[in-house]
Write a protein that binds this ligand. Structure first.
Ligand code: TYD
Ligand code: MG
Length: 451
């Protein structure tokens, strides 16, 4: 019998070395080398089907097998790009306690298919207890507590499930490798084996992954490369809202968001996010404005809150939650330089309601309006919203899909919207009953709202 050959791999860039080295000569990271078994079978064809080894015309490729399974969970379907693709491997990552197991179990219980829920973290009693909290259960969900990959493969062959859920990939272990569960080589080997299984059997796999302290999925980066879809489940644990977003998706867009609310009876789908993102207070307060934003293809009305006060210490503080701090500094500089507001000696705190992280540049206009509203202590009417990117010279730049934003604002009963003058082109605005203010410079916006 030949001796098992091992080699050392950098966890960061995947470089290989026959012996352990402290610093990777390729990516210059320290302490990233881990011993792994190199066997000739390993990684041969994981993710690739044997049948596709003869080239055929792309027009003749049969794609009916990639039909999607409706998970009956609208938000989850949306993030996946319309449902679970047969034979795909979906990895869900997130902080401990965010609700990954709850989400996975809920899907397993609601979907009208034979599902197999494999847990390496919890006992069957614990899973049952959780299932009791989540209502409307079907009787198609099988549970098993198992960590050994070889046993899992046998169970799958015997049970013939339509969907397999594994909680979590870091607890899995294969006999082929001696290192302990959760190490790079174990995670990699188990994922490769599951990938292969998924492609051979057309069963979709949902894997739950832990994240490390930097916030990325624990284990080698190659794990994310291997699977078809990587979903991040995030949200402030103290907030009841949870956001599911795709960071990689071979079968759909990565810009879609799924929103859930954690309740006593599991996760509720939030199909109308604007209601959650706007506080319901009737009172008009200074420092609050509403942005008509778009995440993915869904329009959201988001409340932006700012607090501006005189700096208590020499250096003013700038804090932003849910918004890029550098972008905030840039907007403050624009206000100072282009509009003449003295903000350099003020503390500025910015908060996006609902614990959302916004990357849509159209929120800029609402951000500066909130800051000025707080600075001047003049409230902005709750019937007004904004959508515009702010440029370095204080110009209001056009934003994408402006009609969709206007429609959403109208649907929620708003009366006015401020958009860029440059958005005018090619759109018939007369069909919107809402009042549309076209602006080209930040000063025009302030004149409009503060008189
Ligand atoms: P869990 O799914 O165990 O998180 P993860 O697998 O990501 O570590 O669930 C986490 C939290 O959700 C837990 O603190 C309890 C709470 N929870 C509810 O509020 N309602 C529920 O119905 C369930 C099942 C859990
Ligand atoms: Mg869990």
């Amino acid at each position: 019998m030949s001796k098992t050959k091992t080699s050392y791999f950098c966890q960061n860039c995947g470089a290989e070395s026959p012996k352990w080295i402290g610093k990777c000569p390729v990516c210059e990271q320290w302490n990233t080398y881990v011993e792994e078994i190199v066997s000739p079978r390993q990684n041969t064809g994981a993710g690739i089907q044997k049948s596709s080894s003869t080239p055929i015309l792309i027009s003749e490729v049969d794609y009916s097998e990639t039909s999607r399974i409706d998970t009956l969970n609208k938000e989850f379907n949306r993030v996946l790009g319309g449902g679970l693709v047969q034979g795909s491997v979906v990895l869900i990552g997130g902080e401990p306690g965010i609700g990954k197991s709850t989400l996975a179990l809920q899907i397993a219980l609601n979907i009208p298919k034979r599902t197999l829920y494999i847990s390496g973290e919890e006992s069957l009693q614990q899973i049952k207890l959780r299932a009791e909290r989540i209502t409307n259960t079907t009787n198609n969900c099988y549970v098993v507590s198992e960590v050994l990959l070889e046993s899992i493969e046998n169970i799958i062959v015997k049970q013939k499930p339509d969907i397999v859920i594994i909680d979590s990939i870091q607890t899995l272990q294969t006999e082929r490798i001696e290192s302990s569960p959760g190490t790079v080589s174990q995670v990699r080997e188990c994922t490769a084996a599951l990938m292969k299984k998924a492609k051979e059997s057309s069963i979709p796999f949902i894997l739950i992954g832990h994240i490390n302290k930097e916030g990325s999925i624990a284990g080698p980066k190659v794990l994310e490369h291997m699977v078809d879809t990587v979903l991040q489940f995030e949200g402030d644990r103290n907030h009841v809202y949870r956001i599911l977003r795709a960071t990689k998706n071979r079968f759909g867009s990565t810009s879609e968001l799924g929103i859930f609310e954690m309740q006593g009876s599991g996760l509720r789908e939030v199909n109308n996010p604007s209601e959650m993102l706007m506080s319901n207070s009737e009172e008009e307060l200074s420092g609050v404005s509403i942005s008509a934003s778009i995440e993915g293809i869904r329009p959201f009305l988001i409340e932006v809150q700012a607090l501006v006060s005189s700096a208590a210490y020499g250096t003013p503080q700038r804090t932003a939650t849910g918004f890029d701090l550098r972008r905030l500094s840039m907007l403050l500089a624009v206000l100072e330089k282009r509009a003449g507001f003295r903000l350099s000696q003020k503390d500025v705190f910015l908060n996006i309601a609902g614990g959302l992280k916004v990357s849509d540049p159209a929120i800029d206009l609402a951000v500066i309006c909130s800051i000025l509203s707080s600075d001047q202590d003049i409230s902005i009417s709750k019937e007004v919203c904004f959508a515009g990117e702010v440029g370095l010279s204080g110009e209001i730049r056009p934003v994408s899909r402006v009609e969709q934003r206007i429609t959403e604002a109208e649907k929620l009963g708003l009366k006015q919207i401020y958009i860029s003058k440059y958005n005018k082109k090619g759109i018939d605005f007369s069909r919107f009953p809402i009042k549309i203010n076209f602006v080209a410079k930040v000063e025009e916006v302030f004149r409009g709202i503060f008189g």
